[in-house]
Design a protein around this ligand. Sequence first.
Ligand code: GDP
Ligand code: MG
Length: 389
Amino acid sequence: PKTAYVRTKPHLNIGTMGHVDHGKTTLTAAITKVLSERGGGTFVPFDRIDRAPEEALRGITINISHVEYETDTRHYAHVDMPGHADYVKNMVTGAAQLDGAILVVSALDGIMPQTAEHVLLARQVGVNHIVVALNKADAGDDELTDLVELEVRELLTAHGYGGDAAPVVRVSGLKALAGDPRWEASVEALLDAVDTYVPMPERYVDAPFLLPVENVLTITGRGTVVTGAVERGTVRVGDRVEVLGADTETVVTGLETFGKPMDSAQAGDNVALLLRGVPRDGVRRGHVVAAPGSVTPARRFVAQVHVLSAKDGGRSTPLTSGYRPQFYLRTADVVGDVDLGEAAVARPGETVTMTVELGRDVPLEAGLGFAVREGGRTVGAGTVSEVLG
Ligand code: GDP
Ligand code: MG
C-alpha cells in the first residue's frame, strides 16, 4: 500500500524560469540532489526532469516537469519547463499558481530575450517574488558576474520587483550536481533565500473549490484522472464536482499528491483527481473542475494588456481591432477577437484597454492573468478587469 501524504510543513509552488541553456534543469536536479543528501526528498537526475511526458508518468503522478522536495521549514513543488516552444505557454498557465520563482541567469551570458520575457510574464500573472540564481558562477569571472548582477537587478526593478532587495545568489548547478562542496553550499544558500524571501501566500481554502486541468491520464482499472494545482478551496474524496468545458458533473473518487493518497486537497496543492464515470476523451487540458454552480463561464471581457515590444520577443508592428490571437487563460488556449475601441491601434511597448470576445465560454473573473500569443510566440500579457458575459 502507498503511504498517505502527511501535511507537516507549509506547501509552496515555485519554479525555475529563464533563458534556454542558462541551466534551469541542471539547477533543478542539483537542488533535489543537495536536499536528498539532507533527507529533504529524492534526487531527480537531469534526464528524468527533461524527458518526455509519457515516460515521466508513473501511476497517478503529477505533471511531467514537477519535482518535490523539502527544506527545514517548507515542502515545495517545483516546476521546470522542458523546451522553449512550450515554455512560455506552460509558465503562463502554470504560473498563476506559482508562489515564487527562481530566475536562472547564466553569469556568462547575462540577460537574454527569454530572461526578460519571463520576468514580464511572471509580473503579469501575479508572481510577486523572484529569487535570482546567477548560474554557471564556476565558469564566470567576478567582474563580469558583478555586471550581470547589476543588469538583473535593473531588469527586476523595471518590472516592479524591487531589484535592490531581491536575493541574487551565485551558484553552479553543474558543480553542485557533481558533489563539489563549495557549490553544494551555493545551492543551499539559494534555497535559504527562497525560504526567507518568498512569503507564505494566503490560501483561499474556504472558497469554492477550483482546479484548472493541466493533464488528463487513464489509470487502467480505475478510470480517468485529471492533474493540476488547486487554485482555491478544498476538495475531499466523495465530493461532487462540475467539469466546466465538458459540461458534466461527477464525483471525486480518489485524490493523490506526488503518488501519495490524500483525503482532502486544498488551495496550492498539486494533485491528481480520479473522476467517476468520465471517459478519457470527455475532459481535456483547459477544462476547469469546480464546486458545482460556483463559477459561470463567459466569453466577453475587458482587459488591460501590455503589448510586448520587439526587444521583449513581441511584435514589431501595432495591433488593430479585428486582431484574432490565441488567449491563454489558466490552462485553456482559446482564440479571441480584439476590439480596441476608440484607440484603434496598440503599439508594441504600450499597455492598452481592450474588449475581447473568445471563441468559447471559459471561467473568467476580474484579476485573472493571461497571455496573448500568435504563431507560437507571446505578444502580450494581460489581466481581466471586467467580465461582460
Ligand atoms: P536549461 O535549458 O536552462 O534547462 O539549461 P540546462 O540545465 O539544460 O543546461 C544547459 C547547459 O549549460 C548544459 O550543457 C549544462 O551542462 C550547462 N550548465 C548548466 N549549469 C551549469 C553550471 O552551473 N556551470 C556550467 N559551467 N555549466 C552549466
Ligand atoms: Mg531545461
